[in-house]
Write a protein that binds this ligand. Structure first.
Ligand code: CA
Length: 101
């Protein structure tokens, strides 16, 4: 379901706006290439996989993505946030979804 096949050279999971990320687990940002937080530190990674754009960000710079926003070429979007629960478990929680334009 979260195969990275078809994205050669990229370690990020292949997701789209309709993916359920809740069981995905931690996502490592190994090649951050954008300064999303405006701190001068590269903390984000953008992936274009043909029909959707994914923007992963690691605003606390621990190497693991905290947020992802996915927009497909039809204008549908979804935003997810990675939560660390007090009991040590982690989970992606969808924070927004809808349609642009
Ligand atoms: Ca992080």
């Amino acid at each position: 379901m979260f195969s990275s096949e078809g994205l050669p050279g990229l370690d990020l999971p292949a997701v789209d706006v309709h993916s359920d990320l809740s069981g995905l687990g931690a996502v490592e940002l190994t090649h951050p290439n954008e300064d999303i937080g405006g701190t001068g530190i590269a903390d984000g990674e953008t992936v274009h996989d043909g029909h959707s754009l994914e923007v992963w960000s690691d605003l606390d710079h621990d190497g693991l993505a905290d947020h992802v926003t996915i927009v497909d070429d039809g204008g549908d979007f979804a935003a997810w946030e990675f939560h660390h629960h007090p009991d040590g478990t982690t989970e992606w929680v969808r924070t927004d979804q809808g349609h642009l334009g």
